[in-house]
Design a protein around this ligand. Sequence first.
Ligand code: ADP
Ligand code: MG
Length: 726
Amino acid sequence: MSGNTARRAAITAATNYKHEGAPLDYKESAAASLFGTNVFGLSTMKSQLPKEIFKSVKKTIDTGTPLDPKVADVVAAAMKAWALGKGATHYAHVFYPLTGLSAEKHDSFLSPDGEGGAITEFSGKTLTQGEPDASSFPNGGIRATSEARGYTAWDVTSPAYIFESPNGSTLCIPTAFVSWTGEALDKKTPLLRSNQALNAHVTRILKLFGHEKPAMVVSYAGAEQEYFLIDKHFYYARPDLLNAGRTLFGAKPPKGQEFEDHYFGSIPERVMAFMMESDRELFKLGVPVKTRHNEVAPGQFEVAPVFESANIASDHQQTVMVMLKRVAEKHDLVCLLHEKPFAGVNGSGKHVNFSFGNATQGNLLDPGETPHENAQFLVFCGAVIRAVHKYAGILRAVIATASNDHRLGANEAPPAIISIFLGEQLTDVFEQIKSGGVKSSKMKTSLEIGVDSLPKLPRDAGDRNRTSPFAFTGNRFEFRAVGSSQSIGDPLVALNTSIAESCDYVATKLEAALAGGKKLNAAIQEVLGEIITQHGAVCFDGNGYSAEWHAEAEKRGLPNYKTAVDALPVLQQKEVIALFDKYKVLSPRELHGRYETYLEQYNKTVNVEANLTAKIAKTTILPAALHYQTKLAENVGAVKAAGLTPDTTVLKQVSDLIGKLQAGLVGLEAAVSHHGAADALAEAKHFGSSVLPAMLKVREAADSLEGVVDDSLWPLPTFQEILFIK
Ligand code: ADP
Ligand code: MG
């Protein structure tokens, strides 16, 4: 039997796919009637809780004050009744460990009553605090295994919800995950802390603008999730996809995305069924998914919700990733969240749209209508420019993963150099501020802050610069370099914290100037002029893919951390440790733990991929190539025996590639078996500079073989088949 049975079977199964099960009931799934039905949110609480209790919970949510334990007991009782009424049998504290995935520990509501029966139990304490064994979650040395205890604590600001599955439902409680010493072991805790820092310093600026008691400031995030959908039969026939989430072999398909016929094209029926169902399930959980469309590559799609406060958006984003994977399974599809599942084909990102504001004033990155609002907007915009310039390294480090390395800087994703796209008008405005009244601008006048109105800034997404990693899009910034498989927690923490520091700086300057008798507008002009002079180098509206930009960025002194291994050490720079410590977001120990964890993750990822590469090359690709070589050699013998001169071109070519494949394997195995790196960073450097290139050598030979070996012998489903058959 030939080695391509699995590939053939996958093609047949994928081609003959027919959806089983009843189609959705569209009346029942009307968006408005479904939205939030499985969420224990404010409206549910209002109807289920005594007035005083509800007020107390609402206060906790709005102002961040601690929840009274007595209140917690009442909330727990109501939540239990609500959940049981919806058929829940278990409850789970959901948390977000450093793996970037969602984790949950389930407990049954039932407890034995001591008389042979059982009662349902769920107290304020079980609602607000859990104790999962923390030992199997990465922490980078924060916690010795002897102190394995970790605690989960209910994040009251993120509502509980019911996750349905065919065999029962679970009440899910979003929590923060900390060690017994109170140190953060997760992505949520620093996000909540960083929001407090942002709130404190943005509030100082708002006060200078005459807002005496501004409502609590939070950051907002809207994350656009890109993903691939492939038939599950191909997934199971590709050990690389199954184990590494990406293909480690595969020649670029003859037809790729060059026709641009997939982007915003009509969505295939089967994918549509998947989208309808995943949207519906997400609606029930209160995730406001809104936009869905085809993406650039064949088989690639995007889903985006309406933006929410960063903490909720981050929890919801985790739910989106879980749900996409789950619902895909129901349609015999697999959802690939990897940043680069197919080399040579467009990769996937997760654009994080970011702004901040509060309940009474709305979005503070919206330029507004009046000169007064414009001035306030410019102050916050200036603070962001300063933060992104000063802490570009941090923004690069929080998107540094082994998988995102395959995408960043690859001419289809933003380059690894962090810069800001401001757009023509806003650039002009800052130019005028910089020249401090010189009438040199396109507007032919000089701008006087607090007197003049800004020109209408375009909000049109169409003219947006797709090569910028951090683009202003009219009323928010879009951080485009975030990877598709990532939690958005770290990028949001980095933005909140660095902008908090910037707002602190600006507020301090303005407060001092006002105390010295300066007028607010003059003080703003001065601070912004200084900021744009010192930090304007980070602004760049041109083509981020061009070689000129790389040279220019270097001249401007902007960091260019090409790989994750180059970028992660930023987390151990003195100023970075001091920043996170000063704003009480991450202690030096917590930050160091993260640094170690992310390096370990890098090392584990590359190690698994390297071993897989060797195994697949040896046991799957080499046998197919040898088989074909034998057939060709037999052919040569047969032709000779028939008295003719055989053509040995293909035989030579195949033999040559087999030689290359084997040499590649020798090199790869030598690189992988290297031991004794002093620490995680040295290990990562070795993986990045020796193991990855050795893997590529093997792949090059294998992919060339794919182009010459008899197709009926080729064992792995090709990109063409995986991407186009659905
Ligand atoms: P595009 O693909 O054109 O960038 P999408 O509609 O796919 O646009 O995504 C835009 C995202 O930005 C949505 O999640 C949207 O809710 C979000 N967004 C809009 N305004 C803001 C804002 N002020 N702050 C944060 N996110 C925002
Ligand atoms: Mg989009």
